[in-house]
Design a protein around this ligand. Structure first.
Ligand code: HPA
Length: 243
């Protein structure tokens, strides 16, 4: 059976609960080894990768994005659905809401952004008109259960982290028309596109961003909102995998 589909679990999504017949494989890549869980659902084989490692042990700026994406490609994966915890820059995007990302702004500072590093590997200037796969985005929007508040589009600004943003930064990002802020979608989406994979991201709003929120931000707030809404996310992933 081919492995067409992969789920990359972000903050709060560490276990592929929806899969059966689980097997862990260690994929070797030129960028390092990656541990991936493979399981089955609706007679499909699905790969699951916890982006931050088990128990959130790898911070956003140290994730080996190239190894992760290369490993999924090695397994034959064609479609990736990623989850991401995000802060909201808009009052109408509330904690517990989902946002299907359709654009990003890259505010990262120190990450390997490409597989094409010149020399033998060549140079690639990749089109980014549609960074997130429109077909999968449309499918997710169509099958989304009615009790989930899903916003069909969202502009994601990716910060370097691991710190949260200052209110001054958030104000600037709002002027740039960013809708949500997170620390991981870039370069993940870019690398997947470089290898010809269809990548979609379901962002879950876990908090209002710094300066919009009434209180100071904590990672606990992010994981608590995630935990409260995890079942909804799992339901959504299940109906997407069924279709
Ligand atoms: N900022 C950056 N990343 C995040 C946030 C935030 O407010 N919430 C969840 N991930």
């Amino acid at each position: 059976m081919k492995i067409d589909f992969a789920v990359i679990g972000g903050t709060g999504v560490y276990n592929p609960k929806m899969l059966t017949n689980l097997k862990i494989v260690d994929e070797d890549t030129p960028y390092g080894k990656v541990s991936i869980t493979i399981g089955e659902v609706f007679s499909k084989k699905v790969a699951f990768l916890a982006r931050h490692g088990q128990g959130h042990s790898v911070p956003p700026h140290l994730i080996n994005y190239r190894a992760n994406i290369y490993a999924l490609k090695n397994l034959g994966v064609k479609k990736i659905i990623a989850t991401a915890a995000v802060g909201s820059l808009r009052e109408d995007l509330r904690p517990g809401d989902f946002v299907l990302l359709d654009q990003f702004i890259d505010f990262t500072k120190n990450r390997e952004q490409t597989f094409y590093e010149g020399g033998e590997k060549g140079v690639l200037h990749l089109d980014m008109t549609n960074p997130y796969c429109p077909e999968t985005r449309n499918l997710i929007a169509q099958v989304c259960p009615k009790d989930i508040t899903l916003h069909p589009k969202g502009n994601y600004i990716c910060t370097e982290g691991p710190r949260f943003e200052t209110p001054a930064e958030i104000k600037m990002f709002s002027l740039w028309n960013a809708d949500v802020v997170g620390m991981t979608s870039v370069p993940e989406v870019v690398l997947a596109k470089e290898l010809g994979m269809c990548y979609a991201s379901i962002a879950m709003v876990t908090n209002f961003a710094a300066g919009i929120s009434q209180n100071e931000l904590t990672h606990a707030e992010v994981t608590e909102t995630m935990a409260q809404n995890k079942e909804k996310l799992q339901d959504l992933l299940m109906v997407v995998l069924e279709n």
